[in-house]
Design a protein around this ligand. Structure first.
Ligand SMILES: Cc1ncc(COP(=O)(O)O)c(C=O)c1O
Length: 290
């Protein structure tokens, strides 16, 4: 039985009721976050909360985030996920329920706060080592995709289009630039340099991306934050995505053409190892499994 959090209460999912007047349902007027846990230890939680807070400020929603860490930990525990290899908490905050208007509701409307926890798994080594495919599709999102809103229709269509082209994932292209994936950040490797789009209003500033940049720089690997022209992908040696439940995910074909030699490359492997080492260090520091 899944226990969820709704507006201050922990309750079985079947008992969670949300008003049909909720502005998240009617207008997509809300934000979300997905935070990973490894053996019950939160990973990058501060970054996820900081990104959420930035979104709340942008949306002018007043909400005290100081309860979130405790809520996340409680939800993991109540769902028996403390020992799960990998799990996550999905959190959604909407402006709340009010008679439908385009402008913000007047008066004291409380935000709706909903969260659930579940386990997820990494592809097995054989699958990961084969690498994944991606297809380029137009980026039809709005001009503030740095805010993690629940309005994911363009991402959903992009993912579906990529799927229908037989690819595992989408690369969103805007003005000739490979911006990011439908739910992950995108990187290409040229020689020994890993390149990813800078954090502008045109990408979601991924927490996994930020952690990987930090680890790569610490390890003396070459990284650059600059736009990747889609035509340059023909000369890329490697490519990969990063994201909370994707971690570092190698891309070996784009639009049916091999990236570099069409196999998972050394830079991708090294970055993936650095990422997983950071996870292990965070677990150790929290005393997981002892
Ligand atoms: C469009 C997009 N880009 C990138 C990411 C990766 O962000 P993170 O590493 O914080 O999961 C996500 C995650 O949902 C996303 O939706």
């Amino acid at each position: 039985m899944s226990i969820v959090y709704l507006n201050g209460e922990y309750l079985p999912k079947e008992e969670a009721k949300i008003s049909p007047d909720d502005r998240g349902f009617l207008l997509g007027d809300g934000l979300y976050e997905v935070t990973p846990f490894y053996e019950g230890v939160p990973f990058g939680l501060d970054g996820h909360i900081a990104r959420l807070l930035r979104g709340l400020c942008f949306m002018r929603i007043t909400f005290d985030v100081s309860m979130l860490e405790e809520m996340h930990r409680t939800l993991i525990a109540k769902n028996g996920l403390d020992t799960a290899d990998r799990s996550m908490v999905y959190l959604q905050i909407t402006r709340g329920a009010a008679p439908r208007t385009h402008y913000f509701p007047e008066g004291d409307v409380q935000p709706t706060v909903y969260a659930f926890a579940k386990a997820w798994s990494r592809p097995d080594d054989e699958r990961w080592n084969r690498g994944f495919s991606a297809a380029t599709v137009p980026d039809r999102r709005w001009s503030r995709v740095d805010i993690k809103t629940i309005c994911l229709l363009p991402n959903a269509i992009a993912f579906q289009d990529a799927k229908e082209k037989g690819a595992d994932d989408a690369i969103l292209v805007r003005d000739g630039v490979a911006i990011e994936g439908a739910h992950q950040n995108f990187w290409a490797v040229f020689g020994d340099t890993a390149v990813t789009h800078p954090t502008t209003n045109n990408i979601l500033p991924g927490i996994t991306r930020a952690i990987l940049l930090e680890e790569a720089r610490k390890a003396g690997m070459k990284v650059e934050e600059r736009p990747i022209q889609v035509e340059d992908l023909a000369h890329a040696d490697e490519a990969f995505f990063t994201g909370t439940t994707g971690e570092v995910r190698p891309v070996v074909t784009i639009d049916g053409r091999p990236v570099g030699r069409g196999v998972v490359g050394d830079v991708t492997r090294r970055l993936s190892d650095l990422f997983l080492a950071r996870v292990e260090a965070v677990k150790r520091a929290a005393g997981a499994g002892v």
